[in-house]
Design a protein around this ligand. Structure first.
Ligand code: ME8
Length: 506
């Protein structure tokens, strides 16, 4: 069986989850579901990043012991995963024993390969990004320095272990050239290449001025830099350092899906450290874009955070998934507004898909006793049904290129055509004059719903499940390999009573 490993970033537990976290998670879930339906064995991990100064500060602010604090906040992320009904196979918390063991072993591997040395770090640090900055990357206002996001950085001076990142620039560039699809989209790859070309400095990978982290064996006054700790989570999930041969096959086809904000860590530091540790690199890193709220950056201080729970309460899970996946091209930024949200879900889900299924199946219920009316003949090249059967290869090509919105668009183009077909067929009229033709037309529609229902499972799982339930398609026949004429719905197959799938919003 083909194998694939899909990962979300692990999220900081300094705050509650918001729409951005839900976005990455939903993308990964859509990919995981897609590949499972295509008969892949899928590992899909997410989790929480629980160490570091930022989390320690949040715990202090909450007047809580850090461990008690992270237990509480990580629960919010676990609950969000449940609410989003995502199909993850693991949830890694960096305070878990298995993770600490993996991180310490990863460090040891780098150390054994002479990639780590002790020195002193003097430079700028952003607590919000948990990142070191060179002065050339910052903006100066008066005596203070700020990141491009406007976050003030602080000067730190402390003893620190360093990773010999500067040795890996050329090797990284060679790898990027030989593996052109390693970093996607291409625009992001170009950013990474110019960052590497501008010269890499050795990376400070331990801190001594606070305690909340994984201690370095033999140098207990040092804790591991939170980004090294965090990146290793991907290996934790495959039981590093005791990764089996089978788990290793997943690793070789691992896709890291991240936001563009953390590209440098995943596309520069992580591959360099993996190369240094002589561990093969994951297959792809895809950096998606950033959501804003009515044109403004989403932030707690602005007070415009979009709570995914509230969105699901108000509009439903499939509606949220559909909007986030369909509205923007993966990789580009998106702007959220209630107006664009309602416009999208009304147009696609209520007026197009929901209306088509509702009016067709109601008619079948009333006039054909809820049974498949006709035994369909294999469609000819130009028939609408043949176009429907040809959807899967198109959807698959787009998915493999991470063009999720294009995949969904392809399906909805067909849904629009099916609505037009229904309008033109006018079963309410033709039924009296040509019942044979009506039966055939309706059967084309019903069989098309089977195909669409199966194809929509990765994107709107609840509604597609409902469609397939109404069509009375057995669970074991809902995989992509059944998307062909051979598994068509036969005449007299019983269909269940239809019900409205998507409410309309004013
Ligand atoms: O960076 N739009 O965690 P984090 C789109 N712990 N995506 C968004 C978003 C927005 N407005 N806001 C957040 C960390 N995200 C580290 C990661 S991985 C080894 C360690 C998503 O809690 C997006 O995926 O700050 C982004 O990369 C991630 O949340 C950052 O989450």
């Amino acid at each position: 069986m083909k194998k694939i490993f899909i990962t979300t970033p692990i999220f900081y537990v300094n705050d509650s989850p918001h729409i951005g976290h839900a976005y990455t998670t939903i993308i990964c879930d859509a990919l995981a579901k897609f590949y499972r339906l295509d008969d892949y064995e899928v590992l899909f991990t997410t989790g929480t990043d629980e160490h570091g100064l930022k989390v320690e500060k949040a715990a202090k602010k909450d007047n809580t012991d850090p461990k008690v604090f992270v237990d509480k906040v990580s629960e919010n992320f676990i609950n969000l995963s449940k609410r989003l009904k995502i199909s993850n196979t693991d949830f890694v918390r960096t305070t878990e024993k298995r993770h600490q063991n993996a991180a310490k072993n990863f460090w040891k591997l780098l150390n054994d390969k002479n990639q780590i040395y002790l020195s002193k770090y003097e430079g700028w640090y952003s607590v919000r990004d948990e990142a070191f900055y060179q002065e050339k990357e910052l903006n100066k206002k008066g005596e203070r320095f700020y990141t491009n996001d406007g976050e003030e950085v602080q000067w730190i001076e402390e003893e620190s272990f360093f990773f010999k990142l500067s040795e890996w620039g050329e090797k990284l560039l060679k790898y990027f050239e030989e593996n052109p699809d390693f970093i996607l989209p291409v625009s992001r790859k170009n950013e990474v290449i110019s960052f590497v070309k501008s010269g890499l400095k050795d990376l400070s990978i331990s801190r001594t001025s606070f305690n909340w982290g994984i201690k370095i064996d033999g140098s207990e006054n040092h804790i591991m830099y939170v980004w090294i700790d965090a990146l290793v989570n991907y290996l934790t999930s495959i039981d590093f350092p005791k990764t089996s041969k089978d788990q290793f096959l997943f690793w070789k086809n691992c896709y890291h899906i991240i936001g563009k904000d953390i590209l440098k860590f995943h596309a520069v530091y992580w591959p360099a450290m993996l190369m240094a540790a002589e561990i093969p690199l994951p297959k792809k890193i895809f950096a998606h874009g950033w959501w804003t709220n009515e044109g403004k950056k989403i932030s707690k201080s602005v007070g415009n955070v979009i709570d995914p729970h509230a969105m699901i309460d108000k509009f439903g899970l499939d509606q949220l998934r559909h909007f986030l996946l369909r509205e923007v091209t993966l990789g580009q930024d998106g702007d959220f507004s209630e107006h664009s949200f309602k416009t999208r879900i009304n147009a696609d889900l209520s007026n197009n898909l929901g209306n088509l299924i509702q009016r067709t199946l109601k008619f079948v219920g009333k006039n054909f006793e809820n049974k498949m009316p006709f035994d369909l003949q294999e469609p000819k090249n130009k028939d609408l049904l043949s176009e429907v059967y040809n959807l899967f290869p198109k959807v698959k090509i787009s998915m493999e290129k991470f063009k999720i919105n294009k995949s969904i668009e392809e399906i909805f183009i067909i849904i629009t055509k099916l609505n037009q077909f229904m309008d033109k067929a006018e079963p309410w009229n033709s039924f009296k004059t040509n019942p044979q033709k009506t039966a055939n037309d309706l059967s084309v529609l019903i069989e098309s719903f089977r195909i669409i229902g199966i194809l929509l499972q990765p994107f709107i799982p609840d509604a597609s499940n409902e469609i397939l339930n109404i069509l009375n398609i057995e669970k074991k026949y809902r995989k992509f390999k059944f998307l062909n004429f051979m598994y068509k719905i036969n005449k007299d197959h019983c269909i269940k009573e239809t019900k409205p799938l998507f409410p309309k919003y004013d």
